[in-house]
Write a protein that binds this ligand. Structure first.
Ligand code: ZN
Length: 378
């Protein structure tokens, strides 16, 4: 029958091939199987039977680096630095490896992390230098450490964990940060140099900052501000700063309110030069030449003027806000009660009136009824 001819021809061909290559080759061909091969940068790592198991393993490996990331962050991409590829192949059954062996290769480590213990006197700068890394690296390797607050016994990573397969994670995170306030200085010629007066306290603001972050094996590789949104503006502090220069220049000491020779007695306890008793001196004595001008500390109104017991000829000026200044032992007074005076107005002359051992100005600063150390005001 004509129909049997093709079958016959095929059998002849098979027998011919079997004779040519040997029976073993056909048996081998029957032992081949479909499998999945992992290549890294083009190099074959291993072959496993199941694709989903391999994919899950790689997935799990990558996800271990998500553990320390803010739960509110948006993970945009997880990838490998290396070219990692899964290819379907047909291989001999013997070539198919176990998942355990595959896992060992995937989780292989090139360098374990190296940590050191902080010793007394260490800081980020000397530790970075000693370990041949930058201060920035040290901060990146130790994200939970505050560089200003490291203590002996703390452990610091100086060489990061370095796996064979490098995981790159790209994420976006938005955090609220404080906005520092600025200080506006206003020149004030009624205050002497070094004197400051806070007119308004500053208040920190708040802003929302979105960052684009890239991590390599869990360590920050790049961090860029993507967007900033002000939630609450900072309120600037306003500070008045004195510009007023001393009254006279030259070899003499100048205290603003008088051109003197020296401070002859400080504020506080002292042995009184006349009574010899220990007592509290509630002003500053500035030895000065008889007749030297005495000037108003700052703007104000004269509330007392004239003889006042031990003070001798004395002027008391009220500057408002609970501040008063007193000028005692004068030889002359140029102002009267109720008179407005401006800063540095000449109000009297140095003398030795009252309980005084020589020409000097006794200068007192009174805040809310209590005397203050005038050195804090001059
Ligand atoms: Zn005095």
């Amino acid at each position: 029958m004509a129909q049997k001819r093709p079958l016959f021809v095929m059998m002849v061909v098979v027998l011919f091939l079997a004779a040519l290559f040997g029976v073993k080759t056909i048996a081998d061909a029957l032992r081949k199987e479909k499998a999945y091969q992992l290549t890294v940068n083009g190099r074959k790592w291993f072959t496993v039977a199941r694709k989903d198991s391999l994919e899950n393993m790689l997935d799990e490996y990558q996800k271990q680096y998500l553990a320390n990331i803010d739960k509110n962050a948006r993970i945009k991409r997880i990838s490998f630095s290396q070219r990692v590829k899964i290819t379907e192949v047909v291989v001999d059954r013997d070539e198919i490896g176990t998942l355990e062996a595959a896992k060992e290769k995937i989780y292989a480590v090139e360098d374990e992390a190296v940590a050191i213990e902080v010793k007394q006197g260490d800081n980020f700068w000397n530790l970075a230098k000693a370990n041949d890394i930058t201060v920035k690296d040290l901060e990146i390797f130790n994200p939970d450490m505050d560089p200003d607050k490291i203590f002996p016994g703390d452990k610091l990573v100086v060489k990061p964990f370095n796996p064979v397969l490098d995981v790159v994670i790209e994420l976006e995170n938005t955090v609220v940060e404080s906005v520092p306030f600025k200080v506006e200085y206003r020149n004030d010629n009624t205050l002497y140099k070094n004197q400051k007066k806070i007119l308004k306290e500053g208040i920190e603001g708040q802003k929302e900052v979105s960052y684009n972050i890239t991590l390599l094996n869990g360590y920050q590789r790049s961090l860029k501000v993507k967007n900033e949104r002000m939630i609450k503006e900072a309120v600037n502090a306003i500070v008045q700063i004195g510009t007023r220069k001393t009254v006279f220049k030259g070899g003499r000491v100048n205290y603003g309110v008088v051109s003197g020779k020296r401070i002859s007695s400080l504020y506080g306890y002292r042995i009184h030069p006349i009574t010899g008793r220990r007592r509290f001196h509630d002003g500053l004595d500035i030895a000065a030449a008889y007749g030297n001008g005495v000037y108003a500390y700052t703007d104000g109104r004269v509330v007392a003027s004239g003889w006042n017991g031990g003070y001798g000829l004395c002027v008391l000026i009220d500057h408002g806000n609970g501040l008063q200044t007193r000028y005692a032992h004068l030889s002359k007074i140029y102002v009267s009660v109720g008179q407005k005076v401006s800063t540095a107005a000449k109000i009297g002359a140095v003398g030795s009136s009252g309980s005084s051992t020589g020409p000097h100005l006794h200068f007192e600063v009174i805040k809310n009824g209590r005397t203050q150390n005038p050195l804090n005001y001059l």
